[in-house]
Design a protein. Sequence first.
Length: 405
Amino acid sequence: MSAGAGTGAPAASRRGILRVMMSSTAERCLRVLHLEDSELDHELTYAQLRRGGLNVAMTRVDSEPGFLRALEQDWDVVLSDYNLPGFSGLVALDLLKASGASIPFLLLSGEIGEDAAVEAMRNGASDYLLKNNMARLVPALLHAVEANETRLAHRAADQELVQSRQRLRELAQHLQTSVEAERAAIAREIHDDVGGSLTALNFDLAWIARHSDSLAVRQRVASALETVAHAIEASQRVMHNLRPAILEQGLVAALQWMSSRFERRTGVACRFRTDCDALALPPGVPLVAYRTAQEALTNITKHAAATQVAIDLTLAAGTLTLEISDNGRGLRSADLQKARSFGIRGLHERAGTVGGWVDLSSHGRGTTLILSVPLDGADALFDPAAGVDILLRDEQSDPSAWGEL
Ligand SMILES: Nc1ncnc2c1ncn2[C@@H]1O[C@H](COP(=O)(O)OP(=O)(O)O)[C@@H](O)[C@H]1O
Ligand SMILES: [Mg+2]
């Protein structure tokens, strides 16, 4: 049941071939499945394709079982008669669609009414041709094959883009998590090594001061003690920036502390409001909220020229919302496209690590940044006895767990 086959190289893979041009399609060996009950019409069609310069490997089938069996193989195009004994082109088209194979389908019939042609096209046929007008066969077939390959290439490129965006998002989130873990580890080392040594030094110097009769020694020791006190203060400041110990007292206390420190340092009025006293927060959420507020306040200091700032923390309908707004100069969407600005981009990724998201709005004057985190059933586990946020984690007693977002 098969007409002569071309001997060229196997047809190129149907995937990812945007670059297939008309000429290369015409040059390669096209695998054509021909649904046709007349051997003579089949031979004529084959001859027409060869005359048109195509290299084809063509197989004829004339029944539904034969067609279904043939669909198990790869084809570049299906050419189908409209009416066959006990079978039809439209049913074949449905079967082809149901198989999930992405193969262009051309109707090639002795006669086909306008209604049938329209229905076929609506059902996904690439084209329809009349057997008495075979001149159009080669261009129509090449066009159908190329359009299909272009569509597949687009689809593959879209999928690749989606995957690559997903990988990028995962990488950015992993980066945020690693940075926090690293910060926690450095803070621990400063606490244990540097802090430990400075405390010991403090004791030793005090001992020397107590046991020395020399005024000069005692004066020198007093000056050394001052330096040590400075170093202790500096290491505590560094530790706090690396891992905000205030979070141990809960997110509410930490935000309260942050807003009053901001007001003291910048002279910009900062009001903190919340209706939450103690709330159960999944691991990572307090730190994400804390870092979000920290970046928003840094941005206000750097860019907003504001005179008033408001921070609101609410828990409603199972979603924790942290809103930081200022009355500054406002923000334009172009500001967020700056190549070297990663603060707000980082906040989006950070929010993603706990299933949340960040919204920014600015209408003329003022900017509002909102972090929303659905708490998935862990909502409103108020514990009035605790008085502070309960960090839901296994190692509640280990503050280094903050590193594990
Ligand atoms: N509160 C704000 N008021 C006005 N402009 C802001 C504010 N926050 C951010 N911006 C603008 O958005 C840009 C991007 O911010 P960000 O991503 O944090 O990067 P960076 O602070 O490093 O520039 C800033 O450069 C600034 O122009
Ligand atoms: Mg910033």
